[in-house]
Design a protein around this ligand. Structure first.
Ligand SMILES: Cc1ncc(COP(=O)(O)O)c(C=O)c1O
Length: 386
């Protein structure tokens, strides 16, 4: 791995095969994947129906010029609009989650004619552009930990709603890092005030979409009506396709304004064929419901570990987006647990800033594997305490 640019931690593994919730390395060792790659393979790696749809599309057409979307792209747009509830809207397909969120934010600016947007300070939005940089001249960054309803949400008083183009809301527990969810009433009040003042509600469903949080979409835990919904990760189940769904008036107003945007892989039929099949499989096989039940079972198990082991501060989560926060300790930490689990054949995630061990398994993760991971972690923590 000497020639792979280390823009992120690189762990020296060599996975050569992946199937459902498992990855196998070149030496034939099998690992149970509790991270779904990087939160992408919601239906498990290489779901057979998605594989077949991809192969069939590859035999027809993979890529078309941005001027020539075909019937497959229209089919994917209808499927995304239907499942997100943006039923009479319009949709564009891009490649990554970052592109989708940046596009959604730019559409809010374009529609409202206002440059400044609101988001929670800890929300991760994108690796690119304005949503990646979150510069203070373009963003109002609200720390929801400072907000309480004891004082009637006084934190809202300082927000210049009438100057905002929109609220970019990431419902995944603040940047999908901390697995801590902002109060329902606060999110609803912010959405209401922004929209009443002429801004748009843009939801970043890159991580939280496609069943991750126990509902199809993270915003469905709140009583809000998004204007723009950005999807990625689970939509492609490991294939790089993302989507932005826009409410009809938003889409049509922007189209009429002469707006132009082109990227090489915009509306590629291959990505669209994947999205169509992923949505169909999730619906027909009931994976959102099954993942929700497995997530509740998993969270119960994590809570039992938190009660038993003093080093664990809290177990928390929604659906299949779960975390175990550790107290500061001289040896035991989330990173320590991550490494120990990796050695025992489990792929998990950790977030150093929150001292948090993370689990974002496929919705297809069998309960027996959840039991296996919980037992392994229990044993590791007991050994560490001895
Ligand atoms: C909440 C959230 N938004 C956006 C993104 C960006 O998606 P991508 O990495 O596909 O560009 C991520 C990536 O992890 C994310 O977690």
């Amino acid at each position: 791995m000497d020639h792979i640019f280390a823009c992120h931690d690189i762990i020296k593994t060599d996975f050569v095969h992946a199937e459902d919730c498992y990855q196998v390395d070149a030496a034939g060792r099998r690992y149970v994947d509790f991270e779904s790659g990087i939160w992408c393979t919601a239906l498990g790696h290489r779901h057979p129906r998605v594989q077949r749809a991809m192969q069939a599309q590859m035999d027809q057409v993979v890529h078309l010029g941005t001027r020539y979307p075909n019937a497959r792209v229209e089919e994917a747009a209808r499927a995304v609009l239907d499942v997100t509830g943006v039923t009479d809207g319009k949709c564009v397909f891009l490649s990554s989650g970052s592109e989708a969120v940046e596009f959604g934010a730019q559409m809010a600016r374009r529609f409202s004619g206002r440059n400044r947007l609101l988001t929670f300070q800890s929300s991760y939005l994108s690796a690119l552009g304005s949503t990646g940089a979150k510069r203070p001249d373009e963003w109002v960054l609200l720390d929801w930990a400072d907000c309480t309803d004891d004082d009637g949400w006084a934190c809202l008083d300082s927000i210049p709603f009438e100057t905002l183009g929109g609220f970019v809301f990431e419902p995944g527990g603040s940047g999908s890092g901390f697995v801590q969810f902002p109060p329902k009433a606060l999110v609803e009040a912010l959405a209401r005030r922004v929209q009443a003042a002429g801004g748009l509600l843009v939801v970043n469903e890159i991580t939280t979409g496609m069943g991750r949080t126990g509902k199809w979409f993270g915003f469905q835990h709140y009583d809000v009506q998004p204007d723009i919904v950005c999807l990625g990760k689970g939509l492609g189940n490991g294939y790089p396709v993302s989507a932005v769904a826009l409410r009809q008036t938003v889409a049509e107003t922007i189209e009429r304004s002469g707006f132009r945007y082109a990227q090489s892989h915009q509306n590629d039929p291959l990505g669209c064929a994947v999205a169509v099949e992923v949505i169909a499989v999730m619906r027909e096989e009931g994976w959102v419901e099954q993942g929700t039940a497995t997530g509740a079972y998993f969270l119960e198990g994590l809570r039992r570990l938190a009660e038993k082991h003093a080093v664990i501060k809290a177990a928390r989560g929604r659906g299949m987006l779960l975390g175990l926060a550790f107290h500061p300790h001289e040896r035991v930490s989330a990173q320590w647990a991550y490494t120990a689990l990796l050695q025992r054949g489990y792929l998990t995630g950790y977030y150093p800033a929150g001292n948090l061990l993370r689990f974002d398994p496929a919705l297809t993760m069998p309960r027996a594997e959840v039991d296996g991971l919980l037992a392994c972690l229990d044993e590791l923590l007991a050994e560490a305490a001895a």
